[in-house]
Design a protein around this ligand. Structure first.
Ligand code: ATP
Ligand code: TYD
Length: 253
């Protein structure tokens, strides 16, 4: 597959056309930004960690019946994806109160949200991604009611799968953001699921294991990304039970 011209460059990724119909290349760059681009840096290898985690998670979701745009990795930073017509929604699922809902509503940080809360923002940096509701989404013709129901159901299903996966590694999935897009009449999960788009807390220590380390200068961002990428993508070693000692057989005569 050949990489062709640049289609779009965002805050952390660049999207390229390819010589294959319906396929794009997403390059995960080393740029990191927070607070609407108010804080920016370049962190060497950050793109590779996010690409690796996204690819692993998309693969896991596909195995569990979720339709994602992931096709394959070309190298550590470049992912081949199905070309989607993106729906400009940031679909956020929250299992624990943190971040903007604590700033904007009277939630105490750390409060469990059961059932999980879905928040949908309008992806428009010039308007600072305002929160939407179902009626606004339909009135703005961003999605039909039927599509919206499908997106919410899929988002909750993805949340259940990720909570389970991360819990195995001692990580709490506090909240995360998804983007969906259309190819024909089918809706796929697009964009990325990585340390930039999930809020992750260590179950034992409560330590942040995601972009909050960068947002709030909580420590060494790259050391955190390195550790958490290792934990998430680690092959689960299922410990085999030691075989019971065979009772000694008395030889037949
Ligand atoms: P934000 O950081 O707020 O998510 P951005 O546009 O700056 O916004 P980037 O991640 O840098 O985000 O850019 C990637 C862009 O590629 C996004 O606009 C995203 O919607 C788009 N995109 C992701 N997956 C696909 C896909 N399969 N087909 C087409 N576009 C995609
Ligand atoms: P949120 O609490 O709304 O914003 P902030 O992190 O600024 O307090 O974020 C909820 C989750 O969604 C968090 O895991 C980060 C992710 N997210 C993105 O990946 N991109 C975005 O543009 C936004 C608003 C959130």
């Amino acid at each position: 597959m050949k990489q062709k011209g640049l289609l779009y460059t965002g805050k952390a990724k660049s999207v390229y056309r390819t010589d294959v119909k319906g396929r794009l290349i997403v390059e995960f760059r080393d740029d990191i930004t927070a607070f609407d681009g108010g804080k920016k840096d370049v962190l060497v290898n950050k793109g590779s960690y996010n690409a690796e985690v996204s690819a692993f998670i998309f693969g896991y979701l596909e195995k569990n019946g979720v339709k994602t745009h992931f096709v394959t990795m070309l190298d550590s930073k470049r992912m081949v994806v199905r070309e989607l017509s993106m729906i400009p929604l940031e679909v956020i699922v929250r299992n624990v109160a943190a971040g903007s809902i604590v700033r904007n509503y009277p939630f105490v940080e750390g409060t469990k949200l059961n059932p999980p809360v879905i928040v949908i923002d309008y992806k428009d940096d010039s308007r600072h991604d305002p929160m939407l509701n179902d009626d606004l989404i339909v009135a703005l013709r961003l999605a039909t009611r039927h599509e919206l129901e499908k997106i919410k159901k899929t988002a909750l299903g993805i949340n259940r799968l990720l909570v389970k996966l991360l819990a195995l590694q001692g990580i709490t999935l506090v909240d995360f953001k998804m983007e969906f897009g259309r190819a024909g009449r089918t809706i796929y999960l697009g964009d990325e699921i990585s340390m930039d788009s999930m809020r992750l807390w260590d179950r034992k220590t409560g330590e942040s294991l995601d972009k909050d380390v960068y947002r709030f200068s909580k420590g060494d961002v790259m050391a955190t990304y390195d550790r958490v990428a290792g934990r998430i993508t680690k092959k689960m070693v299922v410990k085999a039970k030691p075989a019971k000692a065979e009772p000694e057989r008395t030889p037949r005569r």
